[in-house]
Design a protein around this ligand. Structure first.
Ligand SMILES: [Zn+2]
Length: 98
């Protein structure tokens, strides 16, 4: 995970993207990750609120390992899968009656 992205210049970020080090963007506080072209994220960035909370991942696996969940807006399929897997785990821990 690439943290403290506010210290990186735009040029450095572009270079990291090209190297494949940055594939997904995430919000540290909300623990959500999504594509780099996410409209929802861009709206936040435009407002200037997001930049300090912005983190980057080089894979979906990495994001999930850090406990981030997929963005429902730009990754709806992944979000549904994530939600379903969570639901399965929760329902499995419940005891089923006879
Ligand atoms: Zn998104």
């Amino acid at each position: 995970m690439i943290d403290q992205t506010a210290h990186l210049s735009k040029r450095q970020l572009v270079a990291l993207r090209k190297q494949g080090e940055i594939v997904f963007g995430g919000h540290r506080k909300h623990k959500i990750y999504g594509t780099l072209i996410c409209k929802g994220a861009k709206r936040w960035i435009a407002k200037g609120h997001y930049v300090k909370q912005r983190v980057f991942f080089n894979s979906e696996k990495e994001a999930l390992e850090y406990g981030y969940r997929p963005c429902a807006q730009c990754m709806p399929k992944e979000y549904i899968t994530w939600k379903a897997s969570r639901f399965c785990t929760n329902s499995r821990s419940q005891k089923s009656g006879d």
